[in-house]
Design a protein around this ligand. Structure first.
Ligand code: DX5
Ligand code: ZN
Length: 229
């Protein structure tokens, strides 16, 4: 996997049909998704439960490209090997999930995955300042994690600060929550390259009618690139 800062659209399957994850992943990839974003929630770190490593392993064969696993769980460390073995390319842990995020990121890389660190809206950019040399991705939450379909919270200043802090390091900036045609351009201008979008991608389509997925992905990409269609 070579590093680049081109815009990547990562549909979150939290907005997909939970009875049909395999086909939903294949459908969004066929419709132009760059990565597939997989949201794991434990009902403890966040007030909602989604699914765990067994589901990730079941989804994996249906994804040709990058499987980007966002862990909204605490603790993280006991489950890292299970998610790595499930085939996650990126495993992202929250800086708020425990006192030893540095150890967690080392353990994720040690398990053979790319290491991501996520920041809740209330957490400053400085929380990752000493982690950038052991991190492959910083995820800036633009909603409080736990649910899809929430209203975007403006984190432009934080994204700009992080982009400057990262400098030449090969670290992605991912934005998660409320990304759509209206919010994509501002976050990309501030320095983001990975755009997670759940409702804005899956809205209007289905596995039997996947064309809206492609239309939605193209519209977000165009808005993010400053090309309005
Ligand atoms: C929120 C999740 C997001 C969410 C995004 O807790 O981490 O990935 O599914 O959904 P939308 O795009 O609908 O805000
Ligand atoms: Zn997410």
């Amino acid at each position: 996997m070579t590093f680049d800062r081109s815009i990547k659209i990562a549909p979150s399957i939290l907005a997909a049909d939970f009875g049909n994850f395999g086909a939903e992943c294949a459908a969004v990839e066929a419709q132009g998704a760059d990565w597939v974003h997989v949201d794991v929630m434990d009902g403890h770190f966040v007030p909602n439960i989604s699914f765990g490593p067994t589901t990730c392993a079941a989804i994996r064969p249906h994804i040709k490209g990058i499987m980007d696993v966002h862990l909204m769980i605490s603790p993280v460390d006991p489950y890292i090997d299970a998610f790595a073995q499930a085939g996650a390319d990126f495993i992202t842990a929250h800086v708020e999930a425990g006192p030893h995020i540095h150890r967690t990121l080392q353990a994720i890389r040690g398990a053979g995955a790319k290491a991501g660190v996520a920041l809740n809206p209330g957490t400053p950019a400085s929380a990752v300042e000493h982690l950038l040399d052991i991190t492959d991705l910083v995820c800036v939450m633009t909603v409080n994690p736990g649910f899809g379909g929430q209203k975007f919270i403006d984190m432009t200043d934080k994204i700009r600060t992080l982009r400057a802090m990262i400098g030449d390091r090969p670290v992605h900036i991912e934005i998660d929550g409320g990304v759509d045609v209206n919010t994509a351009s501002g976050v990309v201008q501030a320095g983001a390259d990975v755009l997670v979008a759940g409702s804005a991608v899956f809205r209007g389509g289905s596995v039997s009618n996947p064309t809206p997925y492609g239309d939605n992905i193209r519209a977000i990409r165009a808005a993010a690139s400053g090309v309005y269609v």
